[in-house]
Design a protein around this ligand. Structure first.
Ligand SMILES: Nc1ncnc2c1ncn2[C@@H]1O[C@H](COP(=O)(O)OP(=O)(O)OP(=O)(O)O)[C@@H](O)[C@H]1O
Ligand SMILES: [Mg+2]
Length: 180
């Protein structure tokens, strides 16, 4: 895939399908590496299922026989001299951790994080996005935003436009001119 944010979309979609109500996404640059972690409180997986989840032929999809979200992010991390891990507990949730060497020749760019965040707004799912670069961080918590909105749907068109520009401003400022 051309961008790591598309992998984030895939992994978060898995959490959504697993009926998570809280999803935390952490994107952090430090010590020459990019770290992406997705934690959900969804239905989780059994030990047996988890052991085979990195295999493309493991899926609970009914529309096709392969599931690629997890194998592809694992590959993206490993070709970029990073690591992949997944932990999960039935009834408790799942954590997917990846890292990428920033200057690895095979690392694809992070891509459009504000777009990714605003694509993933749901009325009934809360997100905590943490974006940090070399010690500076920005946290976007949908619970706080929803409180401010006082009943206006977080995914309504005018709110989306506003949130996208708010996110872009903050992320650009944290990036400090560097393209990740
Ligand atoms: N966060 C999660 N919580 C619970 N189960 C999960 C989670 N992530 C993945 N799974 C399980 O692992 C399977 C494989 O996931 P993967 O993303 O690799 O493929 P997929 O979601 O089935 O298909 P695709 O991502 O290609 O649409 C899923 O079908 C689902 O059963
Ligand atoms: Mg998937």
């Amino acid at each position: 895939m051309r961008e790591l944010s598309l992998h984030i979309l895939d992994i978060v979609e898995n959490s959504v399908k697993a009926n998570a109500t809280l999803i935390q996404v952490d994107i952090e640059v430090k010590n020459g590496y990019l770290y992406i972690t997705v934690v959900d409180n969804g239905k989780g997986m059994s030990e047996e299922f988890l052991a085979k989840v990195v295999d493309p032929f493991t899926t609970t999809r009914t529309t096709r026989k392969v599931g690629l979200g997890i194998p592809l992010i694992k590959q993206a991390a490993e070709v970029a001299e990073g690591e992949f891990s997944i932990t999960s507990k039935l009834g408790e949730g799942t954590t997917v951790k990846t890292s990428y060497k920033l200057d690895s020749i095979d690392r694809v760019p992070l891509g459009d994080v504000p777009e990714t965040i605003t694509t993933l707004l749901y009325p009934n799912i809360e997100f905590v996005w943490r974006y940090a670069v070399n010690g500076e961080e920005f946290i976007f918590d949908t619970r706080e935003v929803k409180e401010e909105l006082q009943g206006v749907p977080i995914d309504s068109p005018e709110i989306l436009v506003f949130l996208k520009s708010l996110l872009k401003e903050n992320i650009d400022s944290i990036n400090g001119g560097i393209i990740i």
